[in-house]
Design a protein around this ligand. Structure first.
Ligand code: UD1
Ligand code: PEP
Length: 417
């Protein structure tokens, strides 16, 4: 298992190119199942999750060509309508094949995703929505078996805001018979990116970017070309890294308008953040100031940035409160950060952080994707060496993170095993 060895203390300076968004690329790859024509994608990040998704689609009969950040999908020969447990267990986003398979082929067998480190993450809302559209769904031996001659439009109000739930139901609705209204829809920019691709493929969707998506089903979708939006979480992670280590870093190929709350928080922490059309520059000198926040759905503070901001708070001047409202168990990084000298206590869904003047490097273990990123950030700010184990979590969602960080002066290397 690969590890990352970080020697802290270097200021960061230079430029980083941001990759396409993991959480947009994954549903967008699944949208390739909705048509027999080619879907040509660019700005697709090079991640383990993307490889896993392509492998999953390929075993269903999807043909594809991949060249750097470009992927061309050809869904003209899909013949296996199944997502097996072996693949779903390594990547929960595999559930996103359910809606498209059912909508285009009238049938799907998809493994139920299990719980994971950050919470139980059920998919009941995906199932409830598809049932409302007329699907016959049976759960047996750990698999969702779904059938529908043709899905029919429905008004669906999900119990909570769910990102992949909205995406799955949206992909089902575009080929359903009649009108579907998705109330309480997620407004995350990645949902919008998927909706924009679907429109380019011939779907009829109103209310894109709002919490009410209105879809008029069509008989068929055609091919399209689409560039995946920049990864706002990768962007935010490098902004936090620069703020924690200190320095002057410019991020390119990104967008600031989908990261407003996080950028405001960085400014509150004392960073100077300036942005232009597709660049964001962060300058930081001195110790950050503690910032409190609670995670909420977009456009609120993203849960996927909680751990990285906590890595900033642990070295900040003052104390802060961080409340996690989306996932019930997303504080797994706390224990590991405390091993570096952080002073964090947990009280229910809130972490109370007293900023420490110094951190000292130690061996730590990554428990999930963003927890891993927080350990890297803390390692950059710590004195001495930090060895981050189990970085396969990090590789799921970051495109060559150690190369991007060493390119701006961080002392970080991958230890292969
Ligand atoms: C691949 C992808 O895009 N992953 C993102 C997506 O995950 P994901 O789409 O899985 O997260 P959801 O938005 O669905 O989850 C929000 C909350 O709703 C609950 N829930 C969800 C669906 C359901 O059927 N029943 C249910 O109870 C979840 O357990 C969680 O507590 O959005 C999360 C919240 O922004 C992000 O952290 C993930 O990075
Ligand atoms: C939780 C995340 O991803 P996933 O939903 O793929 O587990 C994430 O991107 O932080």
């Amino acid at each position: 298992m690969d590890k990352l060895l970080i020697t802290g203390g270097n200021r960061l300076s230079g430029e980083i190119i941001i990759s396409g968004a993991k959480n947009a690329a994954l549903p967008i790859l699944c949208a390739g199942l909705l048509t027999a024509e080619q879907v040509k994608l660019s700005n697709v990040p090079r991640l383990h999750d993307v490889s896993t998704m392509l492998k999953l689609l390929h075993q269903m009969g999807m043909r594809y060509e991949q060249d750097a950040d470009r992927v061309v999908l050809d869904g003209s020969a899909i013949d296996k309508l199944e997502a097996p447990y072996e693949m779903v267990k390594t990547m929960r986003a595999s559930i996103l094949v359910l809606g498209p398979l059912l909508a285009r082929f009238g049938e799907a067998k998809v493994s139920l995703p299990g719980g994971c480190a950050i919470g139980s993450r059920p998919v009941d809302q995906h199932i409830k929505g598809l049932q409302a559209m007329g699907a016959d769904i049976r759960i047996e031996a750990g698999y969702i078996h779904a059938r529908a001659k043709r899905l029919r439009g429905a008004r669906i109000v999900t119990d909570m805001i769910t990102v992949t739930g909205t995406e799955n139901l949206l992909m089902a609705a575009v080929l359903a018979d009649g009108e579907t209204v998705l109330e309480n829809a997620a407004r995350e920019p990645e949902v919008t990116d998927l909706a924009n691709l679907l429109v380019a493929m011939g779907a009829k969707i109103d209310g894109i970017g709002t919490d009410r998506l209105i879809v008029q089903g069509v008989d068929k979708l055609h091919g399209a070309a689409h560039a995946v939006i920049p990864d706002r979480i990768e962007t935010g992670t490098f902004l936090c890294a620069a703020a924690a280590a200190g320095g002057d870093v410019t991020l390119r190929n990104t967008r600031s308008d989908i990261l407003d709350v996080a950028i405001d928080k960085l400014r509150e922490a004392g960073a100077i953040v300036t942005s232009q059309a597709d660049t964001i520059r962060v300058q930081m000198s001195g110790r950050p100031k503690a910032v409190s926040f609670r995670t909420t759905e977009y456009p609120g503070f993203p849960t996927d940035m909680q751990a990285q901001f906590m890595a900033l708070d642990i070295i900040a001047e003052g104390s802060s409160h961080v409340t996690e409202t989306i996932f019930e168990n997303r504080f797994m990084h706390v224990q590991e950060l405390n091993r570096l000298g952080a002073r964090i206590e947990i009280d229910g869904h809130t972490a109370i952080i007293n900023g420490a003047e110094r951190l000292v490097g130690a061996p730590v273990m990554a428990t999930d994707l963003r927890a891993s990123a927080s350990l890297v950030i803390a390692g950059l700010a710590a004195e001495g060496q930090t060895l981050v184990d189990r970085i396969y979590h990090l590789d799921r969602g970051y495109d060559r993170m150690e190369l991007k960080l060493s390119g701006v002066g961080a002392n970080i290397q991958r230890i292969k095993s």
